[in-house]
Ligand binder design. Structure first.
Ligand SMILES: [Zn+2]
Length: 226
């Protein structure tokens, strides 16, 4: 597990060079955003321990396997000590409901953990405000840290080589576009995030981008021509 302190409130965790999760510092401990692939629980817990605080909440950007992969293992360790929060529609998909027509792309592994909270627009998770960003998955959400306007955008964007919207194929990380459910909505969500004028863009796959507005606008421009 690779651990990078991005700001005093934000730690990026990276595994296998391609999948990220984030520890967000709050007064009572950490919110973990996303859980990476399976077998990441030990590394995540060690990272929180060495950063000096317990994990209090697990908030998911969306239900794909490389984001919920270690949710059950972490829940088994922590039990009721952690609150689990998942976007409404993706939680319903994991509960076995069919919420969209046709086949859902991406990996939707079986998850035993039932979220305590189904996230909706405007909800707060500590200092994070829930921003609905559907498209990559039906319920996908992003998180805006109201303290410094950093944004955790899950898989709306990737950031390998350059910032890219996941509505179209980009050779540096083609998996993301292949897993995207609704490309038009995904692009709309990318626009909504750029409009927040974030101070920093943190994504599920790729490095953090500081002062990302121009890179996001260029990515949206390329995405709208694709
Ligand atoms: Zn995804």
């Amino acid at each position: 597990m690779n651990t990078r302190t991005i700001t005093p409130n934000l730690i990026q965790l990276t595994r296998l060079h391609f999948v990220n999760a984030y520890l967000i510092r709050e007064d009572d401990g950490f919110t973990l955003v996303d859980t990476m692939l399976g077998r990441s629980a030990d590394g995540v817990i060690a990272a929180a321990n060495s950063a000096g605080a317990p994990i209090r909440r697990i908030a998911l950007t969306h239900g794909h396997g490389d984001h919920v992969g270690s949710l059950d293992a972490l829940k088994e360790r922590f039990g009721d000590e952690v609150e689990v929060l998942m976007p409404e529609l993706d939680a319903r998909i994991h509960a076995g409901e069919s919420v969209v027509d046709g086949k859902l792309p991406g990996s939707w592994p079986t998850v035993r953990t039932v979220p305590d909270v189904r996230l909706a627009a405007g909800n707060r998770v500590g200092s994070l405000e829930v921003v609905p960003t559907p498209g990559h998955s039906p319920g996908h959400v992003s998180f805006l840290d109201v303290r410094d306007r950093s944004v955790i955008a899950g898989d709306v964007f990737t950031a390998y080589g350059r910032v890219a919207v996941t509505n179209h194929f980009y050779w540096r990380f083609p998996l993301a576009a292949m897993a995207t459910w609704d490309r038009d909505r995904d692009l709309e969500s990318a626009r909504a995030l750029a409009q927040l004028d974030p101070s920093l863009l943190a994504v599920g796959h790729g490095p953090v981008t500081r002062s990302p507005r121009a890179a996001m606008e260029q990515a949206i421009e390329r995405g709208s021509r694709s």
